[in-house]
Design a protein around this ligand. Structure first.
Ligand code: ACO
Length: 422
């Protein structure tokens, strides 16, 4: 078979859309909140489209931020994937370009013949040419993307708590105020709030264009209508917001569940006030929250921290460092130190790191530490410790103490987290 890998042209977008429905079909542990997960509910694999809608979709598919590549087998599209242009916040606060791999699927009749391998290679080359020194994705299966140098860098929790188990350790007097708002107000609040959050949260991703458009009318997808809660500080400025649903169910087990679909707080006051209301909501039995950071402070507010039960923990953003020097120079560090890092296949680098930034230069000195680009991807945002990877045999310490020194450099203030995906 003759295989050609290349970008999809406008004339080919309709044919390319035949592949997209096969992106789905992987087993999900449980349904995710509809609108928050990965963005638009209008994403093709999630809804059946009429022929007219498909025409429109194909017409508008190619944009300057969505770059699909396809594998043409004997002239016909047999698989595809795409890079979306987004930004990720790295330690120190810089928001750097990230090539986001998404919408990956090979038609079932063409799988295991090396098509994804070739598509991925073309897409990562494209990222390098555009100067994107990081690529990222969220993985349908954890066994696929390690071979291309990706590795988990952020993680997320799903938790639930029974209302009868909730008691707060201390009274909280809110200097601000909570307010239920309609969709139109929420649609104005969220983009601004998320920009403020993203400026300070390592790992957070910039929203794709149109991300917030749907907020005005989040679908009532069986989970009931979306409710919008905001918090204002004492000056009236919005410093937190939540979206929740109160799904009705004939099943008593599923009834009385308050689902938190989105939650952001810029201040501790907003955080405490919003959870205070959501966890003590009349006529509910349980609160369920998904896509939450792994260092959720909420448990420390409860008299019984065990009441908050983790029901799922999973990797979220996988990173692939495409240019070691630029990546290491883009972030800041928690200490001042110098280490020589050998990154298999990507050279040997002397990192002179400080809290204000770093210099990274090619080096032929003896390395202090050796690892592959996968380990570097996991370490980069500070969500995984070098000592953990060293114990697992994945980071080799050549100079005694070098693992601890690297941990001290990369130590994060908060666990990296991205509530927004792509
Ligand atoms: C980032 C995202 O978009 S996540 C969504 C990913 N999409 C899906 O899961 C949809 C369903 N799956 C598919 O469409 C395909 O199986 C794909 C896209 C995952 C893989 O496409 P293929 O063309 O079959 O992969 P390809 O033949 O290039 O395989 C490359 C390597 O990955 C391995 N591989 C491929 N799929 C899988 C898998 N599901 N699990 C484990 N290993 C896999 C192959 O064995 C091969 O290994 P090798 O390098 O050791 O030889």
């Amino acid at each position: 078979m003759a295989i050609e890998i290349r970008p999809v042209s406008q004339a080919e977008t309709k044919e390319y859309l035949r592949v997209l429905p096969y992106v789905n079909g992987f087993p999900q542990e449980e349904p995710e909140p509809s609108a928050w997960y990965a963005g638009s509910a209008a994403w093709l694999p999630q809804v059946q489209k009429t022929p007219a809608e498909l025409e429109q979709y194909a017409e508008e598919l190619l944009t300057d931020w969505f770059r699909p590549q396809a594998a043409f087998v004997d002239g016909k599209i047999a698989g595809g994937s795409a890079i979306v242009s987004v930004q990720v916040t790295v330690p120190g606060g810089q928001q750097v370009a990230l090539g986001g791999v998404t919408s990956t699927a090979v038609l079932p009749t063409y799988r295991r013949r090396g098509l994804l391998r070739q598509i991925m290679s073309a897409m990562l080359d494209d990222c390098r040419e555009r100067g994107e020194f990081l690529a990222g994705l969220s993985a349908s299966e954890a066994t696929i993307y390690g071979r291309y140098g990706f590795s988990p860098a952020t993680f997320q929790h799903r938790w639930e708590v029974r209302r009868t188990d909730v008691a707060f350790r201390s009274e909280f007097t809110d200097p601000g105020a909570l307010e239920l708002v309609d969709h139109a107000v929420a649609a104005e609040v969220w983009p601004v709030l998320h920009e403020q959050v993203r400026a300070v949260r390592v790992g957070e991703i910039s929203p794709l264009p149109g991300k917030w458009d749907g907020l005005g009318g989040l679908p009532a997808d069986g989970s009931g209508p979306a409710h919008h809660l905001i918090h204002r500080d004492a000056t009236g400025a919005v410093d937190g917001a939540a979206i929740f649903r109160l799904p009705w169910s004939p099943d008593p087990e599923q009834a009385g569940v308050l689902q938190v679909e989105a939650f952001e707080a810029l201040t501790a006051d907003a955080y405490r006030a919003l959870w205070g209301l959501l966890l003590d909501f009349d006529l509910t039995k349980r609160v369920v929250a998904a896509r939450r950071p792994v260092d959720e402070p909420l448990r420390w507010m409860l008299t019984n921290p065990r009441a908050l039960k983790l029901t799922r923990t999973r990797d979220n953003l996988w990173l692939r460092v495409l240019d070691v020097r630029r990546a290491l120079e883009a972030r800041t560090y928690a200490a001042t130190d110098s280490l020589v890092l050998e990154i298999h296949g990507e050279g040997r680098w002397r990192l002179d790191a400080t809290p204000d930034g770093a210099d990274c230069t090619a080096s032929d000195a003896q390395p202090d530490l050796s690892m592959s680009v996968n380990e570097l991807g996991s370490l980069y945002l500070g969500g995984v410790r070098a000592s953990e990877l060293s114990y697992a045999g994945r980071v080799a310490e050549r100079t005694p103490g070098a693992v601890s020194r690297l941990d001290a450099l990369l130590r994060p203030d908060r666990a990296p987290h991205n509530a927004v995906g792509f």
